[in-house]
Design a protein around this ligand. Sequence first.
Ligand SMILES: Cc1cc2nc3c(=O)[nH]c(=O)nc-3n(C[C@H](O)[C@H](O)[C@H](O)COP(=O)(O)O)c2cc1C
Length: 227
Amino acid sequence: MQLLHLDSSANHTESLSRQLTALYAETWRRAAAGAHYRHRDLVTSPIPPLNAAYCTLGRRVERRGPVPLDCVDGMIETPEERQQWASTRPLIEELRGATTLVAGVPMYNFGVPAAFKAWLDRVSFPSAFHDPRDGGSLLRDTRVVLVCTRGGAYGAGSPMAGNDFQIPYLRAYLAHAGVREEHLRVVEVELTAAELLPHLAAYRSRAAESLASARAQVIALAREHGR
Ligand SMILES: Cc1cc2nc3c(=O)[nH]c(=O)nc-3n(C[C@H](O)[C@H](O)[C@H](O)COP(=O)(O)O)c2cc1C
């Protein structure tokens, strides 16, 4: 069993997604004593944005069809491509090796933080998740827990419901990458800005309920997944 723990909130001191992913990781590690654990902070150790060499190598690999990662080494033609592959392959291997991924992904400007998107773009290299033996997804058995915080409320029927490009986007991406729906859990924390903004003061108790529910969900999921 291996847990990969990602954080992408730029806020280090008061981040709720960081608190909740840490709670998940602590609980999981207690339940799965001795199992492998890796924490990657996408803010303090940012993933470099993609460049031309990444795209050139990616297109060459894509043209060949799904290949084992070792084959990519033999397809590199320039030092820039080698450098790009060197900063990509370990991230792919880290994700492929994880039995469970827990990621803190706040809503930033209706979408996901650039720090998280940089990771997602880089690990989505051609052949990254394809089993070359049968073309299936190597993420089909991976469990994924997303902790999605947002300052406002985007539930069905709320005035902002149509502006949620965070959770629907993450669900669409993971489904496309081959993560099975029954393996995906999204823990949502809404109205986190209610404590801060006077015009949202009326929503403080709803925000507190949302956070308490998220804490309970995180603990229950971590206990179940760490067994
Ligand atoms: C750059 C930035 C953009 C944000 N954009 C939105 C937004 O579009 N909608 C929203 O509801 N909250 C937005 N927020 C509020 C965050 O989603 C909220 O504070 C959340 O709790 C952040 O996660 P964290 O507590 O883990 O840091 C934004 C916050 C920041 C820093």
